[in-house]
Design a protein around this ligand. Structure first.
Ligand code: SAM
Length: 247
């Protein structure tokens, strides 16, 4: 609790991101990732392996951009830093563990941006990724997160805001000339101890992606994490060369 408060107080972040809850959410993610270290290990390993496979045969390796780099747990940072001339890590918030990790790599830089494009003045996905020298872009388990805080805001929202945010990110990725690796959870399944499914949640608000190159299950909240007799598992999909959503 004290550690969480310290992170919340000391993490450098734009006031708008702090007010919108991005710092709080990142600190909660950090705490949960520590509690669920062993349950998350397989998911994180598969995510890193997908990124490595996605950039294996690239003819040029100038800039790699990682969207939603967060705690760098699903990002093979050393691999990218050794193979690309520069690596740009983009997130709404970079907590201290990520800030410390990048110090070892002079060619890695942190970029703070709101990827929904809803914060005035924040760089757009196009600004961040469409440069002629960007050869590789990873959307690193960020897509399903993008609508969460905007949908939480008080006051009236457009009815299809979640779907629009998801679709805009996917369309933005599909328009890039760079190789795009898309990693995303697509569905949350809640189960009781008898293995019965008690709830399902579409994390992409009705947007369908098509057939992934790889898929796996992420034990997001094992029994005892969110509730004693319920666990939450996320279905994750990886596209190693993303071209656009299913039409
Ligand atoms: C599930 S985490 C992704 C895991 C991350 N790749 C890692 O290895 O730790 C989701 C990330 O999305 C970021 N995020 C959520 N909404 C965002 C937004 N609107 N703009 C930029 N980043 C956002 C969060 O700060 C968080 O780091």
């Amino acid at each position: 609790m004290l550690i969480e408060l310290l992170h919340w107080l000391t993490t450098p972040a734009p006031l708008a991101h702090r007010r919108r809850g991005y710092v709080r959410e990142s600190v909660l993610l950090l705490s949960r990732s520590r509690r669920c270290r062993s349950a998350w290990a397989g998911h994180l390993e598969r995510s890193r392996a997908a990124v490595i496979a996605a950039c294996a045969n690239l003819p040029r390796r100038r800039i790699a951009v990682v969207l939603g780099s967060g705690l760098l747990q699903d990002v093979p940072l050393a691999h990218l830093a050794e193979r690309f001339e520069a690596v740009h890590l983009v997130d709404a918030v970079h907590l201290w563990p990520a800030r410390r990790a990048v110090r070892a790599y002079p060619n890695v830089r942190l970029v703070t941006a709101d990827l929904t494009g809803l914060s005035g003045g924040s760089a757009s996905l196009h600004d961040l990724c469409a440069g002629a020298d960007v050869d590789f872009v990873v959307s690193a388990n960020v897509l399903s997160q993008l609508p969460i805080l905007p949908l939480d805001r008080p006051g009236p929202q457009p009815p299809d805001l979640g779907r629009r945010i998801v679709a805009a990110h996917l369309d933005g990725l599909a328009a890039l000339a760079a190789r795009v690796c898309l990693l995303t959870d697509v569905e949350q399944v809640e189960e009781d101890r008898a293995g019965r499914v008690t709830d399902r949640l579409d994390l992409l608000h009705g947007v369908r992606l098509g057939e992934p190159d790889r898929r796996w299950t992420w034990d997001l909240a094992p029994f005892g994490e969110a509730a004693r007799d319920m666990r939450q598992r996320h279905q994750v999909q990886a596209f190693l060369d993303w071209r656009g959503p299913e039409t």
